[in-house]
Design a protein around this ligand. Structure first.
Ligand code: ADP
Ligand code: ASP
Ligand code: MG
Length: 436
């Protein structure tokens, strides 16, 4: 059994999907057509703004899906599919009308609206491939955790088992969308989440392989849109891939790796538009290769929150308190750098959570700040994070020195650096203006 996931650009020209060999039994997971998720988010924002006219955009979106059905489906499957598309747009139009009338867009309504992208694309691709179509919301179940949707693995695995997917030669499902385990309302796995849907299915089904079909020749040494000379990495270990994805390589959504890694299922990353071209295999025993560095990734928006104080050394459990107060509030920290003297700890967070992080830390350490043992949290915005990843880093001494000298020669200052104990990656926070 194979699980294959096709991203938005691949589904945008569904004929491309037909170029890919689909040996039965297989499960195909599809994203919304390219750009449709963004469009649905804009539609929601327009619907709640009484001065905006959202109808032309809605009509355009409907026309795009109709056009897709007309251009790719054989005549005998068109009518039913056009009717399905039309029913979806009737529903969507009524939801948007409701948003306009009430003048409020709740997170629940926003989730319902954004789900139409995958609901539509999956029904069209299922008709195209003449496959069984399953509404993923019946299989991928989530619960709420600090305001975020988290996969409820127990119910999800039970629902996947009950669906008996291996009994059909070909099943098509939408990625990204899910439903709340208690209320049944529509939820999702976060932007880019179709990869994760496919990984959850692959793990639950014990698939032989998870294939991620996208618009580039596999996982590359850097984002080819940023570094045009980037080239395909033939093999990556799960750990290396996780590091690169966590630090911004959006070709694979970060939570995707874990479910398949624990089942030792390889991930292939391939180009729908160049199916016989170079590609990447992500697996446990990936050969380390000759090169020192496997890849570089970056997050171009980073805020550095620093907790400091001369007497911090004497304050018990500072790190535990920092992390528990932030995680209770759902603030995610993607890099930590601590000075050896223990007088400061810097945390890299997304700029949208920086202010909240400082307020929470100041509240947590109010007593210490008042007594002068610690300073109020400081925030430095307008930064970027660069990660250099490779399992060979641990076998070479002096890499960090070389990094500093090359950055220094090029006039790039480093605000913080973190080197994991596994020596798999070095991450650096630098001014955003110096990222490119
Ligand atoms: P899909 O719609 O197929 O899910 P995404 O846009 O989510 O596609 O991911 C593919 C994009 O990821 C590529 O077009 C590329 O610009 C970007 N990308 C970022 N880092 C990398 C990398 N290291 N290797 C390949 N692509 C990368
Ligand atoms: N369509 C969703 C998004 O654009 C999920 C995905 O493409 O993976 O974020
Ligand atoms: Mg993606």
């Amino acid at each position: 059994m194979k699980v294959l996931k096709f991203g938005g650009t691949s589904v945008g020209t569904p004929e491309a999907v037909l170029q890919v060999k689909l040996d039965a039994p297989a499960v195909v997971v599809v994203s919304a057509l390219g750009g449709v998720t963004d469009c649905l988010i804009t539609l929601s924002a327009k619907a709640v703004d009484p001065t905006a006219d959202y109808l032309p955009m809605l009509d355009e979106l409907h026309a795009r899906h109709d056009q897709m059905v007309r251009s790719v489906l054989p005549p005998d499957r068109r009518e039913e599919s056009l009717q399905g598309v039309s029913n979806c747009f009737d529903e969507l139009s009524r939801i948007l009308q409701g948003v306009r009338l009430i003048g409020e867009l709740t997170p629940k309504t926003a989730d319902a609206i954004v789900a139409y992208g995958e609901r539509l694309s999956s029904s069209i691709v299922a008709a195209l491939l003449n496959a069984r179509h399953i509404d993923s919301r019946n299989l991928i179940r989530t619960h709420s955790e600090v305001g975020k949707h988290r996969v409820d693995f127990e119910t999800t695995h039970a629902a996947i088992a009950a669906a008996n997917l291996s009994s059909s030669p070909l099943t098509v499902m939408g990625g990204f969308i899910a439903s709340d385990v208690e209320s049944g309302r529509t939820t999702n796995l976060g932007r880019g989440g179709s990869d994760y849907t496919a990984a959850i299915l692959a793990a639950a089904l014990g698939a032989d392989v998870l294939e991620i079909w996208t618009d580039v020749d596999g996982f590359m040494t850097a984002d080819p849109r940023v570094i045009p000379t980037a080239f395909t990495i033939d093999e990556l270990s799960y750990d290396e891939a996780t590091e690169l994805c966590n630090f911004g390589a959006k070709v694979v959504y970060p939570p995707t790796i874990f479910p398949v890694c624990v089942r030792n299922i390889p991930i292939l990353v391939r180009n729908t538009f160049n199916p016989t071209g170079r590609h990447t295999i992500i697996r446990q025993d990936a050969a380390p290769g000759e090169r020192l560095i496997r890849g570089i990734s970056s997050i171009n928006q980073t805020a550095l929150v620093t907790v400091s104080g001369m007497s911090m050394v004497g304050v018990v459990g500072v790190n535990r308190r920092i992390f528990s107060c932030l995680s209770d509030a759902g603030v995610s920290v993607f890099m930590v750098a601590q000075s050896t003297s223990e007088t400061s700890t810097s945390l890299a967070v997304t700029p949208s959570q920086a202010e909240q992080a400082c307020a929470i830390l100041d509240r947590e350490f109010a007593k210490e700040i008042e007594s002068g043992a610690m300073n109020p949290a400081q925030c430095n915005n307008d930064l970027a994070t660069v990660a250099i990843v490779g399992q060979n880093l641990r076998f070479h001494t002096g890499t960090v020195g070389r990094l500093f000298s090359v950055l220094g020669r090029n006039g790039i200052g480093v605000n913080a650096i973190a080197l994991g104990a596994l020596e798999l990656s070095v991450s650096l926070v630098i001014p955003q203006t110096q990222l490119r």
